[in-house]
Design a protein around this ligand. Sequence first.
Ligand code: PMP
Ligand code: GLN
Length: 388
Amino acid sequence: MIRSKLPDVGTTIFTVMSRLAIEHQAINLGQGFPDFDPDPRLCQLVSDAMAAGHNQYPYMPGVAPLRQAIAQKVQALYGHTYDPETEITITSGATEALMATVLAAVNSGDEVVVIEPCYDSYLPAIRLAGGTAVPVPLRAPTAEDPYYRIDWQRVRDAITSRTRLLMLNFPHNPTGTVLDSSDLDALESIVRETGVLLLSDEVYEHIVFDGKPHASLATRPLLAEHTFVISSFGKTYHTTGWKIGYCCAPRQLSAELRKVHQFMVFTVPSPMQFALAEFMQDPKPYTELPAFYQAKRDRLAAGLANTRFKPLPSPGTFFMLADYSAISKQSEADFARDLTVRHGVTVIPISAFYQHPDAEASNHRLARFCFAKKDATLDAAIERLADV
Ligand code: PMP
Ligand code: GLN
C-alpha cells in the first residue's frame, strides 16, 4: 500500500465542477477559462513555428526570444530589469512555477504564510515540500468598505523565525482584490524588518479594472530582490490550455528554481514559446484586456442584480463573488452542486480555497462566477439564475 503524501486532498474543485457541468449540460461559469478562441494570429504563429522546425527540446529555461520579450515587457511596465539569461524561466503554466518555487524554497519544518482564501494548489505544494501553511485571513468587506483587504499587521504577526516564504496573489483569485501603492509600502516595511522571501502570483496582472494600474511587486526594487514573480500567458492571451507561464526572480533564486524545474518538466513546448515571443511585440492585446473584461464584469453584475444573488465588487481577475444568503442556507459546496444539477449553472464554492472547506468559518454563502465567457453565455446563465 502507498502511504499518501496528501491524505486529505481529493480531486481539485475545478475538475470536479467542470465534470459535473458536463454531466448535467450546465453553463459552466466555474473553472476559470474562456469559452472563446485566442487571436487567430497567435495560433498562426504556432503553426509557423512548427513549419520553421521548432519541434525539438528547446533550451531548458525557455527559448531566448521569449525570455527577452518578457524582460522587455517587465522593464517597460514595472521598471525592473531582469536578466533573461539568469533570471527568467519559462514554466509549464503558473502551476508549475508555483510548485517549483515552493519545492525549491521550502524545507521540511518551514512555515509558509498564505493569505486565505488562497488558490487551491498552494496548500498541497507546501505540504509536498514538508512545510506548514500559516493562513492569514483576508479582511472581509463591511458595510463601510465593500472590498476585501489585506491586514498587513496580521501578516507581520504571522512571520516568525520559522517562516521561509510569504505567498501572495494579486489580483486575487477568488475575491478579485487588487493591491495599491500603500499595500506595497506596508509589504516593503515587512520585508525590510524580516527579510522574508516572497512568492507573488500575478497571473491576472493584465486584468485590473476601473483604470487602475497593476501593483506588481517588481515595481519596487526591494521587493523584486526578495520575490519570485510568477505569471502566465493563459489568462492574458485566452490560451489556458497551452500551459505556458514564467517566473522572474533574482539570479540565486532562479538558479534554485531551475534545479527543480529541470527535473519536473525539463522544458515546455517550443512552438508556443516562439509564437508568444513574436506575439508579445504588440502590446495591444494586453493593454486592451482590462476594457474587454470590464464590459463582461459589468454585464454579469447587472444581470445578477436582477436575481436574488448579491454580487460583490470585482476590482480585478475574471471572477466575481456573489452572496446567495437570500436564496439558501446550504454550505457552499452543496449549494454549488445543487445550482448545477437543478438550475444548470456551474459556479465554484469559495470554501474550496480554505484549509478546512467544511468548517463553518470557511462558508460565507458565497459563489464564484467566471465571466471569461461570450456575452451570449453570460446572458443565458443570467436567465437561468433569475429563476433561482
Ligand atoms: N494561480 C492562480 C491564482 C490561478 O488562478 C491560476 C489558474 N487559473 C494559476 C495560478 C495557474 O495558472 P496556469 O493555468 O498558467 O498554470
Ligand atoms: N485557475 C483556474 C480557476 O481558478 C483553474 C485552473 C485549473 O483548473 N487548474 O478557475
